[in-house]
Ligand binder design. Sequence first.
Ligand code: GLN
Length: 481
Amino acid sequence: MHDKTVAELSRDLAEGHVSSVQLTEHFLDRIQEHDGHLNCFITLDGDQALNRAREADERRKQGNATPWTGVPFAHKDIFCTEGVLTTCGSKMLANFSPPYNATVAQRFLDAGAICLGKTNMDEFAMGSSTESSYFGATTNPWGSNRVPGGSSGGSAASVAARLVPAATGTDTGGSIRQPAAMCGITGLKPTYGRVSRYGMIAFASSLDQGGTMARTAEDNAMMLNVMAGFDPRDSTSINREVPDYTASLNEPLAGLKIGLPREYFTEQLSPAMDRVVREAIREYEALGATVKDISLPHADLAIAAYYVIAPAEASANLSRFDGVRYGYRCENPEDLLDMYTRTRAEGFGREVKRRILVGTYALSAGYFDAYYLKAQKVRRLIQQDFIEAFKDVDVIMSPTTPSPAFVQGEKTDDPVTMYLEDIFTISTNLAGLPALSLPAGLVDNLPVGLQIIGDYFAEARLLNAAHQFQQATDWHRLAPK
Ligand code: GLN
């Protein structure tokens, strides 16, 4: 049962082969059995899930089910869920039970989907390995000492280990695509503004975007059908029609023009990674696509620009955690200032503090022009590169990561090496473009992802391209032992 996709489970429910209660019990049992060592979940919500499953079965009997009614899934612990602990992987929010739902959470509720719990993540989504969580690291089911990637590592690992068929994620610089690649699943970061950020705990507001994680492109399309759409409560949400993302999955790829950025295929890519990616691209040629070399001349500036802009925004966003309104408060403060400083010193982990320091510095009066303003100018140049490229090609393809899942602890003492993990994913966040990662092969028995970047609002095209590949290949079917 747990090997089935969302689409298959949805069909089974519709045809009465299984009930939502049975499905929910089955996946909760799997979590009980395997999560002890994987640590994908921060919070489980079994009782409420079973109640909802009963309601879902009832709703189906009454004939008003959606494709998601009764289907289990999980939320990254960055989406506020009413009355259910929402920690963002931090001690600062370890006791925070939101009084409202994020728009994304509300939409899944309205569709009748069954949230089983909240998945582990790097603290405040800062990281690429899910090792900075206050609740301990998540393990990649593909290798007992490997990271699952991050920051949405709990979501990726839980889907790969078949503990849930799908999970939400967020992507500020690669946090959906990089863990999807490392865990051998499919993940999509939509165009900035496509999915509401309301109730999604903010890291870097001009880059954060919620998205989808599941084993197949079809399941990602089903998720995006629920998540996408205008939200008046998010001022950067875009008021634009939402297509049915499952409707175009079967369109043929004949004539699709693929661009391969020269700057992404250099020595930083091992020969083994290069081979997997090029084989996947040959598969696309067999499906009728044509390939062309392109250039993104400012690609090498992306990491530097991101690590000024993201920490700057984070330093502002995280100033709200001061012990006054909600979350952690230090014991026995001497006075107000002592409460602020000790609350923040004790409540935040090392990486979060590093970002706040860097961001505050970059925004300070004497350095604002030299760092923040400069980084914003570089950001515009990076965006222009993509706008130019999309005059010639329909999609851009590259590896998602420079290497497969690395060993736990290997990069924790060296933040810059950790930052380089996102070398192929960060530019799309700076430009606001949609991008997807899908399983494309194995290196050393570990999954490797192919990244497909699209023009603004080209989610349907990305999902179509991924689905066609998955009709022709079996990489997405591989399961960890
Ligand atoms: N790894 C990047 C960072 O640490 C991106 C994280 C993300 O996308 N949330 O900031």
